[in-house]
Design a protein around this ligand. Sequence first.
Ligand code: NAD
Length: 263
Amino acid sequence: MLDLKGKTAFVFGVASEDSIAWAICQQLAAAGCTLYLGYQKRFMSRIFKLKDQLPSIGGFYPLDVAEDASTKEFFDAFAAEHPGKKADILVHAIGFAPRTCFDRPILFVEDADINTAMTISANSLQRCLKHALPYLSEGSSTITLTYAASTRYVPSYGIMSMAKAALECWTRELACHLGPEGHRVNAISSGPIRTIAASGIPGFDNILNHVASNAPLRRNVTQSDVAGTTLWLASPLSAGVTGQVIHVDAGYSITMVPETIME
Ligand code: NAD
């Protein structure tokens, strides 16, 4: 286990114990980090139950990245309770698209719904970092979560494919903007994992089955697999890595023709 004793992390995106961000919290805590969680108010009761499981949680405050002002409120609340404190790590594990984005053909998705998906799932990385910057230590590491539909067609992922492409572009832009001050920004492209967000993707179970049969490792990845790579990206072991999209997907992204054609 990596040693991150004395380090502090902002973690955004815990909604349940299945959340990838929750596995990240567990591994960061085990490595010695103190955690400050941003949560959506609709998940408050779940978060309150989970927080008792991790004594390393130093605080948790509401966060809604749909609006600039409500994003800032998280950092205002953190600063009010912990004056002068800074974080070394920021985990952005946030994604959302309105139901109507998946219920109709992509050509007819409404502008307002496209804008919501792009704001919350992609542009919020810039929004979070803008407000976080005064509270980030020198040489901080930011990690966001993306999906391979950013560069290839995945049926039913729809507007989220555009959002993930934009998120990866933000990762590169922000890495270049913040790099001269020593801050790093990277994305992990996770394979499919059953979570609340994933349950909104039509046909998700079929995708899980397909990947388990065809990925080089012949399995799906787990939350813990993604958390392990997050820990590495949060640590000095990855000090020379920024602006990258790192695939944690049991190798699925290197394949093209499914193994099943040989049956
Ligand atoms: P999840 O539902 O547990 O987490 C999604 C999180 O986004 C929730 O905590 C939710 O509160 C947060 N969120 C949504 N709208 C928000 C808003 N307006 N303000 C603040 N927070 C908001 O699901 P997850 O699968 O753990 O998702 C985490 C990230 O991983 C997402 O970016 C998702 O796209 C990405 N990802 C997931 C998979 C997968 O298969 N599960 C694969 C690749 C990438």
